[in-house]
Write a protein that binds this ligand. Structure first.
Ligand SMILES: *[C@@H]1O[C@H](CO)[C@@H](O)[C@H](O)[C@H]1NC(C)=O
Length: 182
């Protein structure tokens, strides 16, 4: 029989699928765990479980290297910022008190800027310009605190965006910490 045997490629495929695939995702579970351990040791406010759960929410994490994890964390922070911005705009629509509208307006502005910064950060991480990316990520991270400050200065506590600011802040901090480690 001179024609090429179709079995070896099939076996190779099965081997890759059954053996290498679970192995590589196992190896990656380790990378995600190591990365989360590393960054939450220095920044305990992020929370190890939060870090793991965040990466597990994105399929690409399973095959990502540390560089891609930085991109993914930036993307997760961006989704959170986009969701927060639309929640802020809903609150502004429904708000009748001018001072609260003003505080929400500050939050809307800082999150809108943060989304721009995250876009620049993602582009710079992709280009492996990690230092430039960190500048944008730091600026983006400030949104959570600046929004909280707007309410704190007006002695409004807790802020109506406490949960969103907390979650976004942790995601943006993850992106910054991972980028800083590259
Ligand atoms: C952030 O989300 C917006 C809206 O979905 C999208 O247009 C933008 O590309 C996203 N940026 C990043 C860094 O993922």
């Amino acid at each position: 029989m001179r024609s090429s045997n179709p079995l070896p490629p099939l076996l190779l495929f099965l081997f890759l699928f059954l053996f290498l695939h679970p192995l590589s995702s196992l190896a990656n579970t380790c990378l995600i765990e190591d990365t989360c351990k590393h960054i939450t040791a220095a920044r305990p406010n992020i929370g190890y479980d939060f870090c793991i759960q965040s990466f597990n929410s994105d399929q690409e994490s399973l095959s990502a290297d540390a560089h891609r994890l930085a991109v993914i964390a930036t993307r997760l922070a961006n989704s959170s910022a986009v969701k927060t911005e639309s929640k802020i705009n809903e609150l502004i629509e429904a708000e009748s008190k001018p001072s609260t509208k003003d505080q929400l307006g500050v939050c809307s502005d800082v999150y809108s800027d943060a989304i721009d910064h995250l876009g620049n950060a993602a582009r710079d991480i992709e280009a492996r310009s990690y230092h430039d990316a960190m500048t944008f990520l730091s600026a983006a991270l400030d949104a959570a605190e600046n929004c909280e400050d707007a309410f704190e200065e007006a002695a409004v506590a807790p802020s109506p965006l406490e949960r969103e600011d907390g979650e976004y802040g942790r995601l943006a901090d993850m992106a910054l910490a991972i980028t800083a480690s590259l």
